[in-house]
Write a protein that binds this ligand. Structure first.
Ligand code: E4P
Length: 219
């Protein structure tokens, strides 16, 4: 499963890249606005730093304007994926962009039928938002399971990016369901490598090792 970073923060991106954890990246208007400043310069820099696909979201609501925005966004780098909201105009824009060899990521997907429509339209990716569904006492991972089954039933090549991830368990469940990718906030990505028993075990090993006389400790 590919791990995408869900961030527009350059220091977070740099650190996660150093750890070899980043196969791609997703942004959204909220993440870019949170960083402030020159969003376009930041987005261009992100496309340069990350080798895999980078999702940049259009903010227009009309198909024609989405296409115009996309035309500019793709100049930011060869790895740009255009994130399109799951709306009727978004659905119109997807096949047009794909026919221009521009990959799309249909975002804000909350039902299996929205995912099916996005796949039929030819989207390269769909992003079901699991955390936001869980917050409404619905089951986000159940949505992912249904989408995976539907895509497998009909051999849709559309890849599923599990989004709105809130904890490491969302990531492991995504992997168990065979999702193609999960897009993960920095803090949760860092949690993936950690376990309290790893820390405790390491501390014990090092304390025990320190009990050996210094000379015997040398290799
Ligand atoms: C995915 O592409 C989105 O940017 C992201 O996962 C949104 O999730 P949120 O619910 O944390 O805003």
């Amino acid at each position: 499963m590919r791990l995408f970073l869900d961030s527009a923060n350059l220091s977070e991106i740099e650190h996660a890249l150093e750890l070899g954890m980043v196969d791609g990246l997703t942004t959204n208007p909220t993440l870019l606005a949170r960083e402030g400043g020159d969003w376009e310069g930041r987005a261009r820099e992100i496309c340069r730093m990350v080798k895999g696909p980078v999702s940049l979201e259009v903010t227009s609501l009309k198909c024609g304007e989405m296409l115009e925005e996309a035309r500019r966004l793709v100049t930011f780098g060869p790895n740009v994926v255009i994130k399109v909201p799951m709306t009727q105009d978004g659905l119109k824009a997807v096949p047009i962009l794909q026919s221009r060899d521009i990959d799309t990521n249909v975002t804000l997907v909350f039902s299996p039928m929205q995912a099916l429509l996005a796949a039929r339209a030819g989207a390269a990716y769909v992003s079901p938002f699991v955390g936001r569904l869980d917050a409404l006492a619905q089951n986000g991972m159940e949505l992912v399971r249904e989408i995976m089954t539907i895509f497998q039933n009909y051999n849709y090549p559309t890849q599923v990016i599990v989004a709105s991830v809130r904890h490491p368990r969302h990531v492991s469940e995504a992997a168990l369901l065979g999702a193609h990718a999960a897009t993960i906030p920095y803090k949760i990505m860092m949690q993936l490598a950690r376990h309290p028993l790893t820390d405790a075990g390491l501390e014990t090993f090092l304390n025990d090792w320190a009990k050996l006389p210094p000379i015997t400790r040398q290799a």
